[in-house]
Ligand binder design. Structure first.
Ligand code: MN
Ligand code: MN
Length: 465
């Protein structure tokens, strides 16, 4: 055998996914990308994503678990938890004690939240104080158009939904950074402290109510909000208002190969796994889809993956199948498999110094799998078992699904975590498996349409096998 043939046989070859695509595949990729772009534009917060996902599930024959007396093979069921997280399942043919196949993503993305007492006036301009949610480079969130999304709950039990800044006729809001002309001192600071958390105040108004009182611009804003929503300043105390970039997701590049959009971490995995779930009929193994919340702040709280609500959902399925008994839930989990569907970093060639090229994901090279995440020596990571990875490799290779098994970046450059360790703690075999992203956690994240489609195909194969 000559060296070229031997190389062909022995080397682990990686290839740009756009090479040698046929026109049908190209069409499928672009059609799927357009649906994904629409999804990103319709849902920018966890509450909005859960609402849209519930609608999609119901249109595809899923019913809420409380609408089932009993569950049997082939049934499609979901549970929405406090409007912020949800779980879906298609009951499989095999004995459920042999395990379930889970794909889990998260619908929350980094953003700015309002503080409980946000409103103030300074120099006849009105502002809202914010507290950032998740890991952000704070300077990136100044001077970008921001929308206000969320809810205000009143003491009379009424909850008002707010969504301002998305419609072209809506106003937008922004955090005004310092002009370059007076930035001599600011520019001496590091990127980390050039803009502090307390600098992230949102400009929301400038016109006084009249000239007879102090804080007249603030008064005018409250008067507008009172007329529009029937609220007073105190109602901010029981609100959840999130500031997200107003700009729309869209194609990027002359060739249209990339997608730029807010919140792709991790709505790209929500959309691809949910789309796959909608296609699953009569699987051998029960297929379960998780759309979690609070991942970006450590998965805590009663809508985060650390809560027991997911266990309760699976236990309720066992109840409604009339097979539940002590320890069955533990047994189900110990025999289960999971793709923790979360994004990884693609190599950003503007910053090559943080990537180790043998082990970093490349844009358009397919789905990115991470055997482990964490930082500083795999700390905080659930290192996937070799035997499980071999099974996933076999699944992807037999279905010709392009994938790359990678690390986030160089060992001591930083790190990150996902929900994988939480499920692994239950005894489930888990590997992180998602789409490579550029500029993760920025207001405008970038993915490849090819990789997005790969995620959808891979998730479908995992559930339908
Ligand atoms: Mn994520
Ligand atoms: Mn993230």
């Amino acid at each position: 055998m000559d060296s070229e043939n031997l190389k062909e046989k022995l080397f682990n070859k990686k290839k740009n996914g756009w090479i040698n695509l046929d026109s049908k595949e190209n069409e499928n990729i672009n059609k799927f990308a357009q649906n994904y772009i629409n999804f990103l534009n319709e849902g920018k917060t966890e509450r909005e994503i859960i609402k849209i996902s519930t609608k999609i599930a119901r249109e595809n024959g899923f019913k809420s678990i409380e609408d089932f007396e009993t569950l049997k093979k082939g049934d499609k069921v979901y549970f929405v938890n406090k409007g912020k997280s949800m779980y879906l399942a298609v009951i499989g043919e095999n004995d459920i004690s042999d395990g379930i196949n889970i794909i889990g993503s998260h619908a929350d993305s980094p953003r700015l939240d309002l503080k409980p007492n946000p409103l103030y006036e300074d120099t006849e301009l009105a502002f809202l104080k914010t507290q950032y949610y998740g890991g952000i480079k704070r300077y990136q969130w100044t001077n970008v158009p921001l929308s206000i999304h969320g809810v205000i709950s009143k003491t009379n039990g009424e909850t008002i939904e707010v969504n301002i800044g998305e419609d072209d006729n809506d106003p937008i809001f922004t955090v005004p950074d310092l002009l370059i002309h007076l930035s001599k001192e600011q520019l001496k600071k590091t990127l980390d402290d050039g803009i502090t958390g307390e600098d992230l105040n949102l400009l929301i108004g400038s016109i006084p109510f009249d000239d007879k009182t102090s804080e007249s611009v603030k008064l005018n804003i409250l008067n507008i909000l009172n007329k529009k929503y029937g609220i007073t300043e105190a109602d901010f105390l029981s609100s959840e208002l999130e500031l997200v970039p107003s700009f729309k997701a869209r194609s990027l590049g002359f060739d249209g190969g990339l997608i730029a959009g807010y919140g792709q971490d991790d709505k790209v995995c929500v959309f691809t796994s949910l789309s796959a779930m909608m296609k699953i009929n009569n699987p051998k193994t029960t297929a379960v889809c998780i759309i979690s919340d609070k991942e970006e702040i450590g998965s805590m709280g009663n809508t985060g993956m650390e809560s027991n609500i997911f266990d309760t959902f699976i236990a309720e399925i066992l109840n409604k199948m009339n097979i539940n008994k002590p320890n069955l839930l533990d047994k189900v989990f110990c025999n289960s498999r999971m793709l923790s569907a979360d994004v990884t970093s693609g190599i950003n060639p503007l910053f090559p110094q943080v990537y180790e090229r043998n082990n970093a994901a490349r844009i358009s090279y397919g789905l990115g799998l991470s055997k482990y995440t964490g930082g500083r020596g795999k700390s905080g990571s659930s290192d996937a078992n070799a035997e499980f990875i071999a099974k996933i490799r076999k699944l992807f290779e037999s279905n010709k699904i392009p994938y790359q098994i990678t690390e986030l970046g160089k060992i001591d450059a930083g790190g990150g975590a996902t929900i994988s360790y939480i499920l692994a703690n239950k005894g489930i075999d888990v590997i992180d498996c998602g789409v490579p992203v550029l500029s993760m956690h920025s207001p405008y994240e970038i993915t490849s349409k090819f990789d997005v489609y790969c995620a959808y195909v891979a998730y479908t194969a995992f559930w339908q096998e």
